[in-house]
Design a protein around this ligand. Structure first.
Ligand SMILES: Nc1ncnc2c1ncn2[C@@H]1O[C@H](COP(=O)(O)OP(=O)(O)OP(=O)(O)O)[C@@H](O)[C@H]1O
Ligand SMILES: [Mg+2]
Length: 384
């Protein structure tokens, strides 16, 4: 029987016993079969939200629904959820097969059915040749897959993952990302995945929820959030290297930078800037939208401080724009830039962002017209 396993959080709050308000009026809808990633800096409340969905943490206010059922009072074991933690402890004295079968034997399923389910999951995870081994005879990635296998055999409605890949090295993480994504496509199960790794967030999520200090900042498809960050926090959180931020003052509708240079207003912000004469704003521009020696109409000049060769491209760090740290631009690998050189840099104004003030909450004035509704003070839902 097909089950609907969408998850609806309505004004969810978490106040810990010591009075700390870890999650603040979170509204979030996770669609059936969706891969939703919760991302944000350490301590922003990601694990707390997962644990509340799983029923491992009491909620202080609000309502959680899975499908049409309110689960606030439902025991964790009755929520039909599988949780994979960062520190997945496998039973060291049990084989891979026994580890994967454990939850099913507790439920007293018939032996033949257990064998069939474990074999199926093992094939899915390419573990079928490892089934008789002990955990210590496996690589880190294989062990991680056993932990996934233990969850998969239960055929839950919902998978919850809390930084499941953070113990792996970069190469294995890349491989496991691929496996997880294809797994989700095959299993067609709702997945909620917590990470503070923005590359995992961008690559895995059908949608991403960006959080800060217990509050949702933005929800949307990865590229929508990358291209149209709602505020300065989101703009600075996604993207490596991070977006460049240049303090500016609105003068005659244009932007005067701290270095004294003046730039025309980015077209998307022109109207908003007309009513902000004399105000402080922040110009945001990603490294790939700063182009060395380009013919762009908007130009600035930087002094080259450092060049990092990345193989297929290079990162050029330049000072002189009045920022505390050098700005960084992404150049193709053929660019020759000498240390100390005055380098002219073109700005793609159409790709710039202007933030309405200097704080993390400062709104982006460059969002397309009709861009997403705001639902309540805490939730900024963006189009999927
Ligand atoms: N039992 C507790 N009592 C009091 N405060 C807690 C408790 N558990 C967590 N917190 C606090 O709640 C906040 C959110 O914690 P949470 O574990 O959800 O963060 P997180 O986003 O998962 O961070 P990380 O990326 O470091 O895992 C943190 O500031 C944390 O210190
Ligand atoms: Mg956590």
């Amino acid at each position: 029987m097909p089950r609907m396993a969408d998850i609806t959080l309505t004004r969810i709050d978490k106040l810990y016993d010591n009075g700390f308000h870890a999650v603040k009026a979170v509204d979030l809808h996770i669609a059936d079969h969706e891969f939703m990633v919760l991302v944000g800096p350490s301590g922003c409340g990601k694990t707390t939200i997962l644990r509340m969905i799983a029923g491992l943490e009491e909620i202080s206010g609000g309502e959680i629904r899975i499908g049409s059922r309110v689960v606030n009072q439902v025991e964790p074991k009755d929520r039909d959820i599988a949780f994979v933690f960062q520190n997945y402890a496998l039973y060291p004295h049990m084989t891979v097969r026994e580890n994967m079968a454990y939850a099913l034997s507790l439920r007293k399923l018939p032996k033949a059915e257990i064998t069939q389910k474990v074999d199926e999951a093992a094939r899915l995870l390419s573990l079928h040749e490892q089934l008789e081994k002990l955990p210590k005879q496996l690589s880190g990635g294989q062990r991680q897959r056993v932990a996934l296998g233990r969850a998969i055999v239960r055929h839950p409605q919902v998978f919850l993952f809390d930084e499941p890949l953070s113990n792996l090295d970069a190469k294995l993480r890349g491989e496991m990302r691929y496996e997880l994504k294809t797994l989700q496509q095959r299993l067609q199960t709702t997945m909620v995945y917590v990470t503070h790794d923005q590359i995992e967030a961008m690559t895995l999520g059908d949608r991403i929820t960006v959080m800060n200090k217990g509050v949702i900042q933005q929800v949307g498809a990865p590229t929508a959030i990358y291209d149209h960050p709602w505020n300065r926090f989101v703009a600075g959180f996604l993207g490596t290297p991070t977006m460049n931020f240049l303090a500016a003052t609105v003068v005659g509708g244009a932007l005067r930078l701290a270095s004294g240079a003046t730039l025309a207003a980015p077209p998307a912000a022109a109207e908003a800037l007309r009513s902000r004469e004399g105000r402080s704003v922040v110009l945001g521009i990603r490294p790939e939208h700063l182009v060395a020696r380009s013919a762009a109409a908007a130009q600035v000049e930087v002094c080259v401080e450092l060049v990092e060769a990345m193989g297929d491209h290079q990162l050029v760090y330049g000072s002189g724009l009045g920022t505390a740290r050098p700005v960084v631009l992404r150049a193709d690998s053929h660019l020759r830039a000498a240390l100390g050189e005055r380098l002219s840099v073109g700005l793609d104004l159409a790709a710039c962002h202007v933030f309405d003030g200097e704080g993390e909450d400062a709104a982006n004035l460059c969002l397309p017209p009709g861009y997403p509704q705001i639902q309540g003070p805490a939730l900024r839902q963006t189009a999927a």
